[in-house]
Design a protein around this ligand. Structure first.
Ligand code: GLU
Length: 281
């Protein structure tokens, strides 16, 4: 009797997971060519699909000042990453408005790329060996380093001041979480879904320090002068544009445009506009 029940439960689960898998295939909303696997050589490449669709779909942050922040006044998403995305749309499709932005968080960006919801991730994403197993990356387009943000006057002045009982706020799916656990193993790390939630928690006194890339923390400082970045960066966070594995033509097109932006001076202009200084090197 019991065994029979288990059998039917198992069967039901199999039926359900097949249903879920079939459902996933339908989520390729932006793919007008109708092909379901851009990686197969027999099918059109993702770059071809983007061209025939006439629109580049890019995942950017919506809550990260300086890189990708939705301006509630006009609903525009603005920042360094957004300007890079516009330049890519211009070079691939001849028009920077042939661009659709979608919000990603650190946790959702790779799954959204995998589900074909977006063509590219341009979202403060560090190139790591672990991530390279899941996605392909462009050349480095921004260099950050992990740092700390505290309320002005905090006793925490650098990573050395983080000790047992220090509450560190970070964002799920970011390299910042892994790095802080490695560099300050005694700390208590509290993880949030996105950077505005983490910053709100810092302001509400739910933690002593917020950690992520210095460039993101500078954006928070610009939002609230009561907070400051302390200590030297303690990691290297080279940002890359992530692309679904195997789409070499798209990787080449992205790298070609990054190189062209460098030599034309457009990259420098975008960098200075958002970061407030000239890029290093
Ligand atoms: N650059 C780091 C990362 O890719 C932190 C910023 C972010 O969460 O996007 O995880």
């Amino acid at each position: 009797m019991m065994a029979k029940k288990w059998l039917s439960v198992t069967l039901m689960m199999i039926v359900m997971s097949v249903g879920v898998l079939a459902g996933c295939g339908n989520e390729k909303a932006n793919n007008s060519s109708g092909s379901t696997n851009g990686n197969s050589e027999a099918e059109a490449s993702l770059l071809d699909e983007i061209k025939s669709r006439g629109k580049l779909v890019v995942g950017v942050k919506y809550d990260t000042k300086l890189f990708g922040l939705k301006n509630p006044a006009n609903n525009e998403v603005e920042g360094f990453d957004v300007d890079i995305a516009k330049a890519l749309a211009k070079s691939i499709l001849g028009d920077e408005t042939k661009l659709e932005l979608k919000e990603v968080t650190s946790k959702t960006r790779i799954p959204m790329l995998d589900n074909n919801e977006i063509d590219l991730i341009v979202a403060t994403m560090t190139i790591t060996e672990e991530r390279k197993e899941q996605v392909d990356f462009s050349e480095v387009y921004f260099k950050a380093g992990q740092s700390l943000l505290v309320k002005k006057g905090s006793a925490i002045k650098s990573i050395e001041d983080i000790s047992k009982g220090t509450k560190v706020l970070a964002v799920k799916g970011s390299t910042s979480v892994d790095n802080i656990i490695e560099k300050a193993p005694d700390a208590t790390v509290l993880e949030f879904d996105n950077y505005q939630d983490a910053f709100a928690a810092l302001k509400a006194g739910q933690g002593d320090v917020l950690t992520t890339d210095n460039a993101i923390l500078y954006g928070m400082m610009a939002q609230d002068a009561g907070y400051e970045v302390v200590g030297e960066p303690f990691t290297d966070e080279p940002y890359g544009i992530a692309i679904k594995k195997g789409e070499t033509a798209l990787v080449d097109a992205v790298n070609k445009e990054l190189a062209a932006m460098n030599s034309s001076g457009e990259y420098k202009k975008i960098y200075e506009n958002w970061i407030g200084e000239a890029p290093s090197e």
